[in-house]
Design a protein around this ligand. Structure first.
Ligand code: NAP
Length: 662
């Protein structure tokens, strides 16, 4: 089955965007398409399209078994339930076609509620605001609740956004919606941030991509389940163009410093564009959207610079280098290495992979799978299906494996942190053993020694083990001790001769916001005050740094649930509401109190200590040199969503505008 339908534009409205061509295909075509569909989302969409809740009958409600190592296909529906669901879906599609493909009017709250309950197995009421936001059928619920022209038309106000990646573009869009003057600075010549920078072979998402896209810019035609980097970069370019964000972006412009002027209540930004001398500009507020993982961590191995061949960090991959016939070393076995190794193994003459800790691999058989053609057709022809599918993916991952990574203080079994974590461990080990049953040497090396969930797991469809089994590949677990012109020397004294070294050794996540200099009230330097332990109220605002807002800030990364894009969108919406408060009050500045920030961090720390990554004795980028997990969020997505709807002003000091409250 092929589809020649033109691709509809990004859906910018309520999900019923124009561009759904009428259904004209015959019954056999519809049956084939439905046979390739994700059924719970399809029934939900068809209920919205037809207005008929009878499609959501109890027998076809996805039972959603607990998410241990794998997600059950079709939400765990039995074969009989799937068969019945297909009959219902085909019947509804035929009726839709025969009625002229006219969708029912916008769904009211009752129908929306029925759909959400069907997909989520009766999620509690506390989820409803988040679910409405994500489903996006009741309008753009993340839009600012105010507009500058109504709130403070005569008040001069401008915002600098630093970074035009995932979170910077979200911020630019929301500022534009609110009618706020803004400039986006990016050191790169294009939008995309991490998706522009990481061009290593095999780079792709590890979050299902219908969920890894903006709630306000839905795309119905993702060709893969987990997009390749080029598709995400293209999507972000399209968002920048379609939403009119580009005129505000200053490309090739690095922000070197930001300094708060207390007398003027303004931030001064020092920027450098290309080779031009540094320039300054002033803004009332600064939104940092510099990302969390873009400062390469290149280990300081003795002799590193004496190496006679080429070397680079995974995120600085040189596309001009042809690895064909080369002897290649990959240092590290994290998420980046996991994608690079299988992608280059077929071309290289030799591949030596240096492993310090084996990664836990999460079974994901469809990791490289394309969206089946029938599903693709349905996404383009059935209004709401894309949104319902996104919602379905979102829901499956929203609390994800959080229950399986709990740390039980009473638990003593080695290699796990609780009974459910031990269960996850058993399942993941079974998955690993099945893949390397014929290679006990590899099984020993590939068996992780730390609890699952202590680090983000890699998405596994078998390509990693298959690559490591090849005769020209060597998985080395001896520690790297030095580098010489010919290659890498390990603790056992062996010299591994190579032509190219790739450092897939991760990022200096704890050096957050470096190398920028950020100076707040009373000349305080942000990095000095953090001293390697980044802290922010709600991950967004910092005491002593008025009108500074951080996206993908401290303690807002996710490990086993949801996607960072969701967290960035929530934080962006929160920032906009903070700015709205400033303008409504004609205030000059807003910053969190130290007490509120300390209380927030203590609460987050407490949560992290109840997660595998908080207690496991293993090196991760989540924890900084003080041992504190300063990068990740330990709680549910619904908790972050709830807390970021409106600023709790009792946590802030608001100055100026005739009002000073704290
Ligand atoms: P990473 O997960 O931090 O992995 C770094 C690897 O390098 C680890 O295996 C680490 O070993 C090893 N390493 C570090 N220093 C070393 C040294 N001195 N000697 C030997 N080995 C050393 O980094 P990453 O793979 O770049 O991924 C970072 C994060 O980026 C991920 O957690 C993920 O959130 C994100 N990411 C996402 C995707 C995606 O698919 N969307 C792709 C890539 C990255 P230890 O385990 O012993 O520390």
């Amino acid at each position: 089955m092929t589809s020649t339908t033109p691709v509809p534009p990004l859906a910018t409205g309520d999900g019923r965007h124009d561009g759904f061509p009428p259904v004209r295909e015959d019954d056999a075509f519809l049956e084939q398409a439905v046979s390739e569909a994700e059924l719970p989302a399809l029934l939900a969409a068809l209920a919205l399209v037809t207005g008929d809740t009878a499609l959501l009958e109890d027998g076809v409600k996805p039972p959603l078994p607990p998410m241990d190592s794998t997600i059950a296909p079709q939400g765990g529906m039995s074969a009989a339930a799937q068969q019945r669901a297909r009959e219902l879906a085909v019947g509804a599609l035929k009726a839709f076609r025969d009625g002229g493909s006219v969708p029912a009017p916008d769904p009211g709250p009752e129908l929306l509620g029925a759909v959400m309950r069907f997909v989520t197995k009766d999620a509690g009421d506390e989820y409803l605001p988040l679910l409405r936001h994500e489903l996006g059928l009741a309008g753009d619920l993340g839009a600012p609740t105010w507009h500058k022209d109504d709130t403070a038309p005569a008040t001069p106000f401008s915002v600098a956004v630093i970074g035009a990646g995932i979170s910077g573009l979200a911020a630019a869009h929301r500022l534009q919606q609110a009618g706020v003057d803004h400039v986006v600075f990016d050191k790169n010549p294009e939008v995309g941030g991490t998706w522009w920078e990481n061009v290593y072979p095999g780079c792709r998402l590890d979050t299902p991509n219908f969920a890894y896209s903006y709630s306000f810019a839905q795309k119905p035609d993702w060709p893969d389940q987990f997009s390749r980097r080029q598709q995400i970069e293209d999507y972000l370019r399209d968002v920048a163009t379609d939403f009119g964000l580009r005129p505000h972006i200053r490309f090739d412009t690095e922000v070197l410093a930001a300094s708060w002027d207390e007398a003027e209540h303004l931030w001064t930004l020092t920027t450098r564009t290309g080779d031009e001398p540094p320039a300054t500009s002033r803004f009332h507020a600064v939104v940092s959207a510099v990302g969390q993982l873009n400062l390469p961590n290149i280990p300081d191995i003795p002799g590193r610079d004496t190496f006679a061949g080429r070397w680079f960090h995974s995120s600085r991959w040189d596309p001009a280098v042809d690895v064909t016939g080369l002897r290649v070393a990959v240092v590290g076995t994290g998420a980046s290495a996991y994608q690079i190794v299988p992608s280059v193994v077929g071309a290289v003459a030799g591949l030596t992979v240096f492993q310090r800790n084996a990664p836990w691999m999460l079974p994901t058989p469809g990791y490289h799978r394309e969206t089946p053609p029938g599903m693709h057709w349905l996404l383009r022809h059935v209004p709401h299906y894309g949104r319902c599918y996104r919602f379905w993916q979102f829901w499956l991952a929203s609390e994800g494996r959080l229950p399986f990574v709990e740390a039980d203080p009473e638990w003593t079994e080695e290699g796990s942190t609780s009974a459910r974590n031990a269960e996850l461990r058993r399942q993941l080990l079974g998955h690993l053993r099945a893949q390397v049953a014929d290679r006990p040497d590899l099984l020993a090396k590939m068996t992780p020694t730390y609890p699952p969930g202590a680090k983000r797991m890699t998405r596994d469809n078998g390509v990693w083990a298959a690559a490591l089994k090849q005769p020209h590949v060597d998985l080395v677990t001896e520690a790297v001790t030095s580098i010489v012109p010919e290659g890498i020397v390990t603790a056992d004294g062996v010299l591994h001769e190579v032509d190219l070294v790739v450092y897939a050794t991760g990022f200096r996540a704890s050096d957050y916001l470096e190398p920028m200099t950020v100076t707040g009230r009373d000349g305080v330097d942000l990095h000095e005050s953090w001293d390697g332990d980044a802290r922010a109220h709600m991950g967004v605002t910092v005491p002593g740094f008025p009108n500074l807002f951080l996206l993908m800030g401290p303690n807002t990364g996710v490990v086993v649930n949801g996607s960072s894009l969701f967290m960035a969108e929530c934080a962006t919406e929160y920032v906009l509401e903070c700015l709205g408060e400033l303008l409504r009050r004609r205030a000059q500045s807003l910053e969190p109190t130290r007490e509120a920030t300390d209380a927030f961090c203590a609460w987050v720390d407490e949560g992290n200590l109840r997660r595998a990554w908080g207690v496991a004795d293993v090196h991760t980028w989540y924890r900084n040199r003080h041992g504190r997990a300063s990068q990740v969020w330990p709680y549910s997505l619904v908790e972050f969503h709830r807390r970021t709807r409106r600023p709790d002003l009792s946590a802030f000091t608001v100055r100026g505008g005739g009002e000073e409250t704290s």
